[in-house]
Ligand binder design. Sequence first.
Ligand SMILES: [Zn+2]
Length: 411
Amino acid sequence: MLRGSGVEEPASASTRSADAWSVTSGGRLLDLIRTGRARTRRDLLELTGLSRSTVATRVDQLVSAGYLRESSLRETGARGRPSTVLAFNERHGLVLSADVGATHARAMLSDLAGVCLGETARSLRISDGLHECLEWLQAAWRRMLRDAGPELPPVVGIGVGIPGPVDVRTGRPVRLPIMPGWHDHPVRERLEDAFGVPAFVENDANLMALGEFSVAAPECPSLLFIKVATGIGAGMVVDGHLVRGVNGGSGDIGHVRVTSTDDGPVCACGARGCLAASASGGAISRHLAEAGAPASTSREAMDLAHRGDPLAVSLVRSSGLQIGEVLATAVSLINPGVLVVGGDVTRAQEHFMPALKERLFQRTQPLATRDLRVTTSDLGDRAGVAGGVALVVEEIYSAGSVDRALATRAC
Ligand SMILES: [Zn+2]
């Protein structure tokens, strides 16, 4: 279920007054309902200060355009009068989402709540080439649409995560060490041309952070997500908003230097001593392979640790300590309510998590961690596609987008 799909209580009186000044349009009213701040016409009246007739007209517009559905359930109001419950229509459209990792890819067709209508995943080395990856994705989505049948709402958008930085202005990948052929490729335009709907390309850790925030932690306004797989990346949602930074470079913490000398291991980016060069799943698997252990991928390395291989356990624990050290800085900066760990490392979480927590809590002040929940991903391998759905919904059903669509409809 997406954040704000109607399960939360309406906002308190204090937050209502803060919101009231900006809420006037139909798109704004939909936003209040979609994000769980309003459930009834009465909530909308109280939140916005609009007249009863204006709220009624705009709600009718939203219902007739298919954005809202009226539930037969009725809430008893303060004066004992029943009021119909309004909810975002999660079948207004469909979303194509995908999470492309360094060695795996997953594609999904879903409704706006992330309810899966088709899903597939496969091993795929992103370093083998951009063309093969995008062709597979497009074929997988087309197959799902065909199998889902004709009686479905239209696809409204595409959300895709890739394992590297993405320029926020162009939606293009930027200098990805593990996938050089992707640099500056117009992935967004290529997908938009293929399916005729808006596409959004995002760094995979950002997308997973959004997925975790939207699905697993709606009660928490700020969340930090760290993906430890072939590489290391982080995503942040602060006060309900994904933090991308000025250019899209925020959260790329795999290349933070963690050695004090110049003789650390060489990273995929070419520098020495990066966190990813010693603590990522890719680094651990290389170390294990050099020692003759059967671990050619990050996932295999984590599985080896899970089975108790002493060297693998030691490397995973060391990774937890190093990443905990770096995350102590991030936690001190943003004071999140939850830190979610995802990626291959969750397969050996019994070794990784205690080490990460040990170092993180050692290196932070109590106020920054007093209410911090440190956990592994609830969504697992599906965090990225869940984030893809959330991203598309946030963009396509934003107040501005809905107002433009309503205006076009009225012409
Ligand atoms: Zn690096």
